[in-house]
Design a protein around this ligand. Structure first.
Ligand SMILES: [Zn+2]
Length: 206
């Protein structure tokens, strides 16, 4: 059952997130995509090809988690299934933001291994569940691919063996993070971009 009040609230949250992330240069060109959970089976997700800094309510689509759209002829982002998969696997996730920031793009390419651990930063505490700068913030890293269905399965498999992830990077592409609300998710994406920028700066010094 679609809750129209919840949809209106979610649309506003997605539009505002888009403006803020565009102002922060994290969604260049038409990069990135965002979503909010609407119910146990439905999400509001941004349409394919629209600029995230200039979203309108018409750019917010309603879909189930398998990306079967409701009441629109528009197309969801190819990556919408990555959002649906996260809502299926993480009941606590109520908002997901995906950005194409410079720090995420560069760090995901130059980091060796399948996990990035950000440690020793006070801003680690901006992430849900992190109480100390001594707690590492961990992001999985996946190779970039155009086979989104296969990537969704890889993310699922990783989450089953690694419950303490705060998000994931796709190499040369960008960052996904989720949270229990859009407010918390915006804090996550801001903090993670700052932390990755710090990490890059430190690696330059070494
Ligand atoms: Zn993307």
């Amino acid at each position: 059952m679609l809750d129209l009040d919840r949809l209106a609230q979610a649309s506003q949250q997605l539009i505002e997130a888009g403006r803020a992330l565009d102002a922060a240069s994290q969604v260049p060109a038409t990069g990135g995509n965002f979503s909010c959970r609407l119910s146990d089976t439905l999400m509001a997700v941004t349409a394919s090809g629209c600029h995230k800094g200039r979203l309108t309510t018409a750019d917010v689509l309603v879909s189930d988690f398998a990306v079967r759209l409701l009441g629109t002829s528009r197309k969801a982002s190819d990556e919408a299934r990555l959002h649906g998969q996260l809502y299926e696997d993480l009941p606590e996730a109520h908002a997901i933001l995906h950005t194409h920031s410079r720090a995420a793009t560069v760090l995901s390419l130059c980091h060796v291994g399948d996990t990035l651990s950000l440690e020793g930063f006070e801003l680690n505490k901006a992430l849900e569940g992190v109480k100390s700068h001594e707690t590492p913030v961990r992001l999985a890293i996946f190779d970039n691919t155009q086979d989104i269905a296969a990537l969704a399965l890889d993310v699922r498999a990783r989450l089953q063996v690694d419950a303490n992830l705060h998000g994931y990077l796709i190499r040369g592409h960008g960052l996904y993070t989720w949270a229990s609300s859009m407010t918390a998710c915006r804090r996550h994406i801001e903090a993670l971009d700052f932390l990755m920028g710090c990490e890059l700066e430190l690696r330059r010094q070494r």
